[in-house]
Design a binder for this molecule. Structure first.
Ligand code: GDD
Ligand code: MG
Length: 362
C-alpha cells in the first residue's frame, strides 16, 4: 500500500517554533511529529510514502531519508510550485500513488491519535466504497469538516460540510483517509480542496464511508492544541507503555516523559503532563507542569513553568515564572525573576521585563 502525508506550508500557526524548524520535524513526545505517522503507516504495511510539501524541503529530506531503512519504506518528496490545497497534491503524486491498485492512505500531517490504519484498511475493503474517512467526535465542530450520515445505511456519508457556520453535528473528519486509486481521477491538476470539491462528488456517488476512531484525537497545529494533545498522548502512553515514562521521585501526578540525556535536579518537581527533551537541564527546586521542554533548553533554579513550550536552546532564569500557553522559539532567554504569561517569543530574543498578557515578542 501507499501513503501520502499532506505536509503543506510553513506551519505558521505553530510559530515561533516553525520559524526555525519545519512543522513535521517539531518534536511531539520527543520525536519529530511526522515520525509517529510514518511509523504507523509502515506498521500497517505501507511501502511507499509521499510527503506533499510546498516549500523547499532540504532539511526535511536530510532528516527523514535515514528513516527509510529504519521503517523499510521509500519516502519521496512531492514539491508543489504553488500550494495545491488538500486534493491537488494527490494528482501531482499520481505516478507513485497509482503504481498499483492497492488503496492509498492520506493523512493531514498535524493530527495525532493511535492511527488505526490496519483496521481502517480492513473496514474499507469490507465496505467496497471508493473512500473512507476516519471520524471522531469533538465538542466544537465549527473548525473542522463535519460528517452527516445516511439514516438508512450504516457508515455511509450523506453530507460533508467543511467548517460549518451552523451546527450540523459533532462527528468530524479526523484528517485521515483511505482512498482507492480511482479517486485521483476525480481530481484536477490545480489548487483544489479534497474536503470541498472531492468529498461532495463521492457523497453524490454514495462512495464515501466513515470509520469511527477509538481513543484520543487532536489537531496539534496550534500551540494550545499542541499542549492539550501532549496531555492526551501521555495519558495514552501511560496506559500502553508505562515503562517509557519517568517514575523518579521528583515526578508528581504522572504522565512525564524524559529523555535519558536530560539532567534533572532531584529537588525539582515535575508533572503531571511534561515532556523533557534531550540534553535539557532542570535546576534545583524548579517546578514544571503541563509543559514541553525541547532539546538543549534549560530551566534554572526555582523557576516555575506551566503550560509552556520551551524552544530548543532556550533558557528560563532563576525564580522566573511562565504560564498561559507561552511559547519560546529557538534560543530565547527569560531573565531571572521575570514573569511571562501567554507570550509567543521569537527566536534569539532576551526577555528582561514582565509580560503580563498574551502578546507576540519580536
Ligand atoms: N501539500 C500541501 N499543499 N498540503 C497542504 C496544503 C497545500 O496547499 N494546504 C494544506 N495542507 C496540509 C496542512 O499542512 C495539513 O496537514 C492538512 O493539509 C490540512 O490542512 P489544515 O490547514 O491543517 O486544515 P484544517 O485543520 O483547518 O482542516 C482539515 O483538518 C481537520 C482535522 O484537523 C480538514 O481536513 C477538516 O475537514 C478536518 O476536520
Ligand atoms: Mg489542521
Amino acid at each position: 500500500m501507499k501513503g501520502l502525508i499532506l505536509v503543506g506550508g510553513y506551519g505558521t500557526r505553530l510559530r515561533p517554533l516553525t520559524l526555525t524548524v519545519p512543522k513535521p520535524l517539531v518534536e511531539f513526545g520527543n520525536r519529530p511529529m511526522i515520525l509517529h505517522q510514518i511509523e504507523a503507516l509502515a506498521a500497517a504495511g505501507v511501502t511507499d510514502i509521499v510527503l506533499a510539501v510546498n516549500y523547499r524541503p532540504e532539511v526535511m529530506v536530510s532528516t527523514l531519508k535515514k528513516y527509510e531503512d529504519v521503517y523499510g519504506v521509500t519516502i519521496t518528496f512531492s514539491v508543489e510550485d504553488e500550494p495545491l490545497g488538500t486534493a491537488g497534491p494527490l494528482k501531482l503524486a499520481e505516478k507513485v500513488l497509482k503504481k498499483d491498485d492497492t488503496p492509498i492512505f492520506v493523512l493531514n500531517s498535524d493530527v495525532i491519535c493511535e492511527y488505526p490504519f490496519k483496521e481502517l484498511a480492513a473496514f474499507h475493503k469490507y465496505h467496497k466504497a471508493e473512500a473512507t474517512i476516519v471520524a471522531t467526535k469533538v465538542d466544537e465542530p465549527s473548525k473542522y469538516g463535519v460528517i452527516v450520515h445516511d439514516p438508512y445505511t450504516p457508515n455511509l456519508i450523506d453530507r460533508f460540510v467543511e467548517k460549518p457556520v451552523e451546527f450540523v453535528g459533532n462527528r468530524i473528519n479526523a484528517g485521515l483517509y483511505i482512498l482507492n486509486p480511482s479517486v485521483i481521477d476525480l481530481i484536477e491538476m490545480r489548487p483544489t480542496s479534497i474536503e470541498k470539491e472531492t468529498f461532495p462528488i463521492l457523497v453524490e456517488k454514495k462512495q464515501l464511508y466513515s470509520f469511527d476512531l477509538e481513543g484520543y484525537w487532536m489537531d496539534v497545529g496550534q500551540p494550545k492544541d499542541f499542549l492539550s494533545g501532549t496531555c492526551l498522548y501521555l495519558t495514552a502512553l501511560t496506559k500502553k507503555s508505562p515503562e517509557k515514562l519517568c517514575s523518579e521521585p521528583f515526578v508528581t501526578g504522572g504522565n512525564v516523559l524524559i529523555d535519558p540525556s536530560a539532567k534533572i535536579h532531584p529537588s525539582a518537581l515535575i508533572g503531571p503532563n511534561v515532556v523533557i527533551g534531550p540534553n535539557v537541564v532542570v535546576g534545583e527546586g524548579a517546578r514544571i507542569q503541563r509543559s514541553v521542554l525541547l532539546a538543549n533548553s534549560q530551566v534554572k533554579d526555582h523557576a516555575w513553568v506551566k503550560s509552556t513550550i520551551v524552544g530548543w536552546n532556550s533558557r528560563i532564569g532563576k525564580w522566573a515564572r511562565t504560564e498561559g500557553c507561552t511559547v519560546l522559539g529557538d534560543d530565547v532567554e527569560i531573565k531571572n525573576e521575570i514573569y511571562v504569561n501567554g507570550a509567543k517569543v521569537l527566536p534569539h530574543k532576551s526577555i528582561s521585563a514582565n509580560v503580563e498578557h498574551e502578546s507576540i515578542i519580536m
